[in-house]
Design a protein around this ligand. Structure first.
Ligand code: MSP
Length: 505
């Protein structure tokens, strides 16, 4: 079956930070996991290069918005590669193929009678590229996200009749209780709709950097309308000489941060309905990563640089930390100390050391060959139903929940080794059978957790699976049994080596 997952397309006005890495990592976890389930996956990420957020910074730097985009999109592409992300395509809204589809979709919305000429008057945040109502402002007339003073704008432009989609959207929310996850965001989106929808600008008159309105070339299409269509347009040209829209549309999940809920959970489905295109299956929303009490954001000057972290600790460590530390869907604090803690206690000690100790014991006590015996019942019970639970979590866009499930077994394996004390059993020839079962059980447990951890920590999991001689990488194979029985183990080394504090400073 086809599975299509997307990230937001990121503004090229700033350097990527951990907040951007966060959504991209989550999307990669879903994409990798679905491939392990044998699905035909398409995974899209990219950059948003039009509108004020980009033009303002370009102006400040004395270059054109296109030059800024050309320079900065590479950083986002690099970030994906640095994180070991397996996107199938990287879209830029400056792609001419994208423009064509944007114009086609907007023309269809117009021809279907959902567009009219009007005058906008109200607050506008150039950083959000968003029109704000009075209730969305803080401290007088400041943007609640960027904390900058807003100006009132008045401009003639084309409007999208969002208000006429109130009822269809209410129906969508009534029929599809999982259209938006988690529940709290579903409620937020629904209440936004129920409060009454106002029509929105579909074009900008003053701005020149964007896709021209097909029936009025004096205006450009509002950057959010242009940007949202990326999810749909990419499928028509991402694969050379092939249009895969029919295969992958509607998208299975758009992953986004809660800051852009309104656009994805309200405006986007309305636009699609207006253009007679199917709406996506789900919008999966996560919270903010906070540094101290603020959202991590370049404009607020508080960011963790993902490139630096990966250089010191590797991509797996950052991927694991991001998915584990803050429950997906909620806001939560991140910090260098928190990161080092997770690295040392979870990855290096609980997972890495368990792996190296187990391999060392099989080597010392059984000449490197895993005993081919029945697995111990206690461990079989510990692992019972694990694969299904992990799949259910990821189907519900709960990567943190999936990691909780897996990690409970990593800890269970450590507890089991402590309790069985194989180093004592090895001293007593009468305990040889028990030692066989213990070694097989722990090695098998490591194989199963590594298969399920592979989407999160692909490099480490891959190394351990290779060392265990486990070839089948599917989720189907993540069943606890005698899988590694009889395998000759390979070399492993340290999965998560100690990082010198001097290097980390
Ligand atoms: N260009 C728009 C999105 C268009 S999608 C059709 C945009 N870009 S952005 O560069 O500002 O990126 C926003 C996204 O980056 C958020 O929705 C979220 O996915 C991610 N994050 C940026 N900062 C973040 C945090 N501090 N915490 C978590 N995610 C954050 O909006």
């Amino acid at each position: 079956m086809a599975y299509y997952v997307t990230t937001p397309i990121y503004y090229v006005n700033a350097e990527p930070h951990l907040g951007h890495a966060y959504t991209t990592i989550a999307a990669d976890v879903l994409a990798r996991h679905m491939r392990q389930r044998g699905e035909d996956v398409f995974f899209l990420t990219g950059t948003d290069e039009h509108g004020e957020p980009v033009t303002q910074v370009a102006e400040r730097e004395g270059i054109t918005p296109r030059e800024l985009g050309d320079r900065n999109y590479v950083r986002f592409k690099d970030l994906a590669a640095t994180l070991g992300v397996t996107n199938d395509f990287f879209i830029r809204t400056t792609d001419p193929e994208h423009h064509e589809v944007v114009q086609r979709v907007v023309q269809r919305i117009h021809d279907n009678g959902h567009v009219y000429a009007g005058t906008y008057e109200g607050w506008y945040c150039p950083r959000c590229a968003d029109f704000k109502t009075d209730s969305e402002l803080v401290e007088g007339n400041k943007c609640a996200i960027h904390l900058i003073e807003l100006e009132r704008e008045r401009e003639d432009n084309w409007f999208f009749r969002l208000s006429s989609f109130q009822e269809p959207l209410e129906r969508l929310y009534a029929e599809r209780p999982d259209f938006v996850t988690p529940q709290i965001r579903f409620n937020e989106a629904l209440s936004f709709v129920e409060q009454g929808l106002q029509d929105i600008s579909l074009s900008r008159a003053r701005l020149k950097w964007g896709v021209p309105v097909p029936w009025d070339e004096s205006q450009v299409i509002y950057v959010w309308i242009d940007a949202l269509i990326n999810y749909y347009s990419a499928l028509s040209y991402a694969r050379e000489g092939e249009d895969v829209t029919d295969r992958f549309w509607p998208a299975d999940v758009h992953l986004i941060g809660k800051d852009i809920l309104k656009f994805h959970a309200v405006i986007w489905p309305a636009m699609l309905m207006a253009a007679d295109i199917e709406v996506p299956r789900r919008v999966g929303i996560h919270g903010f990563l906070l540094l101290g009490e603020h959202k991590m954001s370049k404009s607020l000057g508080n960011v963790i640089d993902p490139f630096q972290v990966v250089e010191l600790y590797g991509a797996d460590a950052l991927r694991y930390y991001a998915m584990r530390e803050v429950r997906f869907g909620q806001d939560g604090e991140v910090s260098p100390e928190g990161f080092e803690n997770r690295y040392t206690s979870d990855l290096a000690n609980e997972y890495g050391n368990l792996a190296s100790r187990t391999l060392a014991m099989v080597s010392r006590y059984r000449d490197g060959v895993v005993p081919d015996v029945e697995p111990p019942a206690a461990l079989a019970e510990l692992f019972d139903g694990l694969g299904e639970r992990v799949c259910a979590c990821l189907d519900a866009t709960e990567p943190t929940g999936a990691l909780d499930e897996i990690w409970q077994r990593v800890r269970g394996l450590n507890g089991y080794v402590q309790e069985q004390q194989p180093w004592q059993l090895a001293k007593d020839p009468a305990e040889a059978e028990r030692l066989d079962a213990v070694l097989l059980g722990v090695a098998e447990g490591l194989r199963v957790v590594s298969l399920l951890l592979w989407p999160f920590v692909p490099t480490a999991a891959e190394r351990l699976l290779d060392a265990l001689g486990a070839e089948d990488r599917s989720v189907e194979a993540a069943k606890f049994g005698s899988g590694v029985g009889g395998a000759t183990l390979g070399e492993l080394g340290q999965l998560f080596p100690k990082v010198e504090p001097a290097a980390a400073a």
